[in-house]
Design a protein. Sequence first.
Length: 366
Amino acid sequence: MKNIVFISPNRYHFNGVVSDAQSDVYFHFKNSLKEINNKITIAKFIKSKKGYLQLDLKLLKKKVDKNSVVFIDGNISIEDNTIYPLELFYLLKNSKGKIVCFVPDLIKQLKFEKWVKLSDIIIGFSKNAVDWANKFYKTKKFKFYPSLPLKLYNKQNLNDFFKRPYDIGYIGSDKKFRSKFLNELKNKAKIDVKLLIVNTDNRLKNYKTTESYLKEISKCKFYFCTRASVYENYSENIFNIDYREGRFANRVSEAIICGCIPMYWQPKFDNSFFTPIKKRFLFSRKKIIPSRWGTIGNLASLPYDNMNKNLKNGIEIVNNVEDALLKVKNLRISYISNKLKYGRKIYKTYISPISFYNFVKSKLND
């Protein structure tokens, strides 16, 4: 792949309105692609007078041709014609280059018709979502990969690990199924257990670059991780209650590249009449929900779909808050060394840029 072109907004945006916080998807993909080929072309975005983010096509018109491999963020729909102008579709289509669309949030609410027409492959990071998308759009272009590609940020070694000031950290959204666990953790943690807990609003306020965010994570021994949600339903039938486990979240991968031990907890769920109601509460910021909802851990859950079970030793799977605190208080050198060793194996297998790059090459050559 000699002529790599990368298209993804460099800032967070809300319905097209740009914020001043850097997009972590942009940061990770850009750095990963540059590790493979440091001569990539990075698309430019401009801010309109009304504060909207818009793709500048001038550079792409010069750089995209039949020899290009274009990596493009598919979380944005061309159909919406807000950030990506419709002209982009025809520019890429007529270039005859290879189009690799990646979708961090492959959900029913987004539209993928034009991505299916345009792309050679579309990469999703949740197996259930990929299976649903191929069936719904009647294609085989959607491909499953376990993690976004991330460049290693902090070396994993014992000396560094013991010097870290925080025992458990979490920086992310305050969705109820997470905040309930974290609030209980704060209440039960003794003075000798140091916590770093920051909700999403403060994250965007305090960590406006991904670099500063990763630097903060690197101060933690354990990093609290869940999936992006508790439940997902990919059925088109509103009466179908065949719910599946929640979508992949990048926190486990981020923890590993920062030299932390991922502390993974995912609440159990069931398929019942009450499941849709539970889903709405557990994925909301409601202050009051039934006490038993979302408190029982699912020890059978793994953070990566189709994960090799031999690699789960790189992750600490906990059942509840008491279990989490017990792990922190009983650290042994042999335990930490083993966790970090398997964390490196997870990185090489699922997270490293070269693994992702080789996967893309193989799928484009199918």
